[in-house]
Unconditional design. Sequence first.
Length: 440
Amino acid sequence: MKVTAIGTGYVGLVTGACLAEMGNHVVCLDVNPEKIRILNDGEIPIHEPGLLEVVRRNVAAGRLQFTTDVDLAVNHGTILFIGVGTPPDEDGSADLQYVLAAARSIGQRMTDYKVIVDKSTVPVGTADKVRAAIADELGKRGLSDMAYAVVSNPEFLKEGAAVEDFMKPDRIIVGSEDEQATLLMRALYAPFTRNHDRLIVMDLRSAEFTKYAANAMLATRISFMNEMALLAEKVGADIEWVRRGIGSDPRIGYSFLYAGAGYGGSCFPKDVKALIHAAQGEGILLRVLTAVEEANERQKILLVDKVVARFGADLKGHHFAIWGLAFKPNTDDMREAPALVIVKELLARGATVAAYDPVAMPEAKRLLADAKGLQFTERAEQALEGADALLLVTEWKEFKSPDFDQIKSSLKQPVVFDGRNQYEPTLMKALGIEHHGIGR
Ligand SMILES: NC(=O)c1ccc[n+]([C@@H]2O[C@H](COP(=O)([O-])OP(=O)(O)OC[C@H]3O[C@@H](n4cnc5c(N)ncnc54)[C@H](O)[C@@H]3O)[C@@H](O)[C@H]2O)c1
Ligand SMILES: O=c1ccn([C@@H]2O[C@H](COP(=O)(O)OP(=O)(O)O[C@H]3O[C@H](CO)[C@@H](O)[C@H](O)[C@H]3O)[C@@H](O)[C@H]2O)c(=O)[nH]1
């Protein structure tokens, strides 16, 4: 099939590359010429395991191309995915300007039947707005009779596992009220659905809502566990045992029960906010989600609270090592990363910081360019030199079994704030390391 992916970010690029992998002919469009230049040079603008190989293979096979040429892109695909950003507006609502601009650019150019697919995370009712924007542009061209369908197909991939998630999805949600479009979507996704019940077709609004409800549920589980961890710590329980104990109940399950330094990323924080905002518009206060967000704000600063409890509120003259800056491992994405809050707060309290991340440092340097007292080190061990303590913020694999002797000898005193519960407290005790975990 001929497919166009509008937007070459995490979602658009993965969608385009993985659809090409199954034999489709895909054109990826972006308004950012720098991203398209990088892609046309045979590189990718993001760190995403396995993606570069898929991109290169399909470019070489002539099934995948990148362009800033809107005419070419719109005319190419029968199915056009909109995968542009939907960042939070000042009031927390989803900003639809990029989605609607993409829709208009389609309406300004299309000359035959198209299926326009909202893949971006968008509030309920957006498909109607996309349809209206296209209709408006077609009307201006005197083409009001031209047939097209708008479909909702929210994306559930996780950064750091995006290719794997796209190739082997738990489910594919298609919101469609147009028979021909549903048929095309079923055909497009047939190679990805190991059994048919993985593709769920529903009405448009339910599909749009499903995406927010999924992220809200996952964020709720995390904030719930983070609150349980706060209490566990006070009453002398270990949240890691509690996690295993409750996860074994299939009604609860093991996934997404890890207490930590708070959830970040480009999705949970913005989608929780957007859902709260959408509900407000309907006169409903979402009490649970409001608390989920508040709990997460508290959690992001928790490691610093622990540092303050140990070293005092005024951290002048203190120096700290930070391992991990990305909002989660296997990505260079720093959006809403807890590390940003932690670094800024330590610096504001007068401390100096040496930070290391395997891939997110270029992005961290960009975002923290004005931060005084912050240095980045080329290797993890260098960050430890002369620090009062180590703060583990992102659980990259290379931090899982570090050289604890080196940690002890490099730090001024052997203190570790383990923001992702990576180290066993009993082992730390045996090694003579003062260990501050989350909820243990
Ligand atoms: N990042 C994720 O893990 C993830 C997962 C599922 C869903 N989502 C959702 O998918 C959407 C995209 O997220 P992302 O992380 O890929 O965003 P991103 O910011 O990485 O990429 C968006 C891209 O769209 C481009 N763009 C903007 N307007 C355009 C236009 N009119 N025409 C062509 N290109 C345009 C931008 O230049 C940018 O490259 C968001 O709604 C997000 O919530 C993201
Ligand atoms: O048990 C857990 C699991 C995750 N996290 C944190 O939660 C955040 C989000 O992690 P994750 O969900 O793995 O990454 P994302 O790439 O943000 O993916 C989420 O957001 C995407 C965008 O909407 C969705 O497509 C995915 O299904 C959804 O998992 C990160 O800061 C993690 O550290 C925890 O603290 N504890």
